[in-house]
Write a protein that binds this ligand. Structure first.
Ligand code: BTN
Length: 238
């Protein structure tokens, strides 16, 4: 039963930090909290985590594949979130590397943290999926959207968590057995449309898909560029 391995908490600082405590003894594979007091986002940002408004979930995996292939885990997690939302009748768009969007608004964010030796490593997949629109609104810098605004029926957080964990585990098995191709294909079918105008720092051009390692390709006026890390912005109105 999946449930025996999930630690359901009322509150914690960050479920990623909490999950790190169970890597060694493997008592739990997943930590879920009702709210986080210091939810962490990518690139040192804060993840706004008000009580009951999000699924704040961290899943620990011990992939039996090289860390190089494991580099696909952030994209894999986006696919698992997309599949979970689709099971609720909500279609999403994935923006490289980790954003789950509906229109221009963010429905979920993903923070993956890997550690260990090349021969024996693990990763914590942290997912913040907006369930309920906060009464205080969204932080100004992150226009958000929540499942309560997108689903007709009420959403049960525990059931969403279980579905998400299954999707993550299925995709990890596929990564171990078949490599990255099916993950990248599944990601591309939900990714921004090819040709979408995007910007990464000084680089601006058209989204041109993924490399065989899952890096981002941007077709600029000066040629094809590859981006391995950072955030990408969609450039609208051109
Ligand atoms: C981002 O888009 O910047 C990533 C956000 C990741 C937030 C989740 S919520 C559960 C887990 N615990 C954290 O502290 N962060 C991740």
């Amino acid at each position: 039963m999946v449930d025996d391995t999930i630690l359901w908490l009322d509150a914690c600082q960050s479920t990623n930090d909490e999950a790190a405590k169970y890597i060694r003894n493997r008592q739990y594979t997943t930590v879920v909290a009702h709210y986080q007091t210091r939810g962490r986002g990518r690139l040192g940002r804060t993840w706004h985590s008000p009580a009951g408004c999000g699924l704040y979930l961290s899943h620990i995996v011990f992939p039996k594949c090289s860390q190089q292939i494991g580099g696909a885990i952030p994209l894999l997690a986006g696919v698992a979130v997309a599949e979970t939302c689709e099971a609720l009748g909500v279609n999403v768009e994935l923006k490289w590397p980790n954003d789950v969007l509906v229109g221009d608004k963010k429905l979920a964010g993903i923070l993956c943290e890997a550690q260990g030796l090349p021969s024996q490593w693990n990763a914590i997949i942290g997912i913040g999926l907006n369930l309920k629109t906060p009464s205080s609104g969204w932080p100004e810098d992150v226009p958000g959207v929540a499942l309560d605004a997108l689903c007709d029926a009420p959403v049960d957080p525990r059931s969403v968590a279980r579905t998400l964990i299954r999707r993550l585990d299925d995709r990890i098995r596929a990564l171990e057995n078949e490599g990255t191709a099916s993950i990248f294909d599944a990601w591309m079918t939900r990714g921004l449309a090819l040709g979408t105008r995007i910007r990464r720092g000084e680089l601006e051009g058209q989204f041109a898909g993924l490399t065989s390692e899952g890096a981002l390709r941007i077709q600029t006026t000066h040629g094809m560029e590859t981006v391995h890390a950072g955030d990408v912005h969609v450039v609208r109105g051109e």
